[in-house]
Design a protein around this ligand. Structure first.
Ligand SMILES: *Cc1c(COP(=O)(O)O)cnc(C)c1O
Length: 420
């Protein structure tokens, strides 16, 4: 049996322990939802106040130049690039994940149509995040493609082998189960079958090492408000392999993606490289906040960077699964996250036939914040930047008490809010 002092010892030996000082962590709360909304970095409030009061309030429009607002999408993009194995000037911050998916998927379809016009299928997984499927469905309708969904990862290979796949669109870590795809292997399989690959890094960027260039991905997008701690509604990012970036327009050809936005030319000329994937004016305040969040992840660089964060994340998720096994064994929770380290992201999820939503609500009332994903998943995100091993022990102890006491059956834990 693992004891709380065992966990205290793990914290004492944790080389990343000090990184948690970078955050405002509310007293009495164990936050297991950094995969949905990352915590607030200490630097953010002052930085946002500076942007609002000084840069905007005093210097007004001059700040586009003097405070370098206009360069924010590239500057913050270059920082994120370091976390996902992309080169300088290959990645920009812009828009939302959904909108960026629309842009890159559309560009990929345009490429496929030019290079292999007989290919009509966009392949994805039925349990991909719904916005990804909706965007793909809409684009497929618009552009005369077919969205083909597989039910298991094992079906991806055979589906590719049918020879009609234009684009394979995958989210690297499944939002419900936490299953992690092998980017190198699946990208190689898609390329061997003549298809392009779009990777959604929403639950990957800032959580585990990603090697977009090394693994030869074609397109990638990701989220700013999850493991990058950019704050609610933070802008997202978009990366296109340099071999593709200059080939085609993206569909949202706004002025910020023009080669010379301030020439005010009536005709569109795309900027070279990734800059053409910008559309309109960047959200300055939100992007400044995102930069603070990205800096909290980059702060791990001298301590081993994403590899060190991954080691701690695996140790946290492994501990969580072990403790639930030891302490909540007979309580109807079935692990849906793959147990093997190479196949799991930075979260642990359980299915439960009854009461999943209410159990999560009862935990939140006790200060342990996870979330529920319909129809039956209890989801616990474990962010290595902020969590201690004792937090995992305490969280599982609360879970044990909620389950054993049956307190989740109380009516107040069953009322559904708009956001789960
Ligand atoms: C969180 C998430 C999104 C969010 O998209 P928004 O445009 O920011 O709402 C998209 N895709 C996946 C896979 C996600 O996990």
């Amino acid at each position: 049996m693992t004891t709380r002092p065992d966990c205290e010892r793990l914290d004492a030996e944790d080389p990343l322990a000090a990184l948690r000082e970078q955050f405002v962590l509310p007293e009495g709360k164990i936050y297991l939802d950094g995969n949905s909304l990352g915590v607030l970095p200490r630097a953010t409030a002052a930085r946002v106040a500076q942007v609002v009061q000084h840069e905007w309030g005093e210097h007004l429009i001059e700040s586009w130049n003097t405070a370098h607002w206009i360069e924010l999408p590239q500057r913050v993009g270059n920082k994120i690039a370091q976390l996902v194995g992309a080169g300088p000037n290959e990645l920009v911050v812009a828009d939302s994940t959904s909108v960026n998916l629309f842009k890159v998927l559309s560009a990929a379809l345009t490429m496929a149509r030019a290079d292999a016009p007989q290919r009509r299928a966009i392949v994805s997984e039925r349990d991909n995040f719904p916005t990804d499927l909706y965007i793909a469905e809409a684009l497929a309708r618009e552009r005369g493609f077919e969205l083909a969904l597989v039910d298991t990862p094992e079906q991806i290979g055979p589906r590719l082998a049918r020879g009609d796949v234009a684009v394979l669109m995958l989210t690297q870590v499944n939002y419900r189960t936490g299953r992690l795809h092998d980017m190198a292997a699946l990208t190689a399989a898609a390329h061997a079958a003549g298809a392009l690959v779009v990777w959604d890094l929403a639950h990957t960027a800032g959580a585990l090492p990603v090697h977009l260039k090394r693994d030869d991905a074609d397109f990638a997008i990701g989220c700013g408000y999850k493991y990058l701690n950019g704050g609610p509604g933070a802008p997202a990012f978009v990366w296109v392999h340099p071999r593709h970036a200059d080939r085609f327009w993206q569909p949202l050809a706004g002025w910020m993606g023009h080669a010379a936005p301030f020439a005010f030319d009536p005709g569109y000329r795309p900027a070279p490289g990734i800059a053409r994937y910008l559309c309109g004016t960047p959200p300055v305040i939100q992007t400044a906040a995102l930069e603070c969040g990205v800096d909290t992840v980059l702060a791990a660089a001298p301590l081993g960077g994403m590899d060190a964060l991954r080691s701690k994340s695996l140790a946290l998720t492994e501990l969580f699964m072990r403790l639930v096994g030891e302490r909540c064994g007979s309580q109807g929770l079935s692990l849906v996250t793959p147990h093997d380290a190479p196949h799991r992201g930075s979260q642990v999820s359980y299915a439960r036939a009854e009461g999943g939503y209410a159990i999560v609500q009862a935990l939140i009332a006790r200060g342990v914040v996870g979330d529920f994903r319909a129809p039956d998943i209890l989801r616990f995100g474990l962010t290595p930047l902020t969590l201690r091993f004792v937090d995992v022990w305490d969280a599982v102890e609360q879970l044990r008490q909620v389950l054993e006491s049956g307190e989740w059956r109380q009516e107040r834990f069953h009322r559904k809010a708009a956001v789960t």
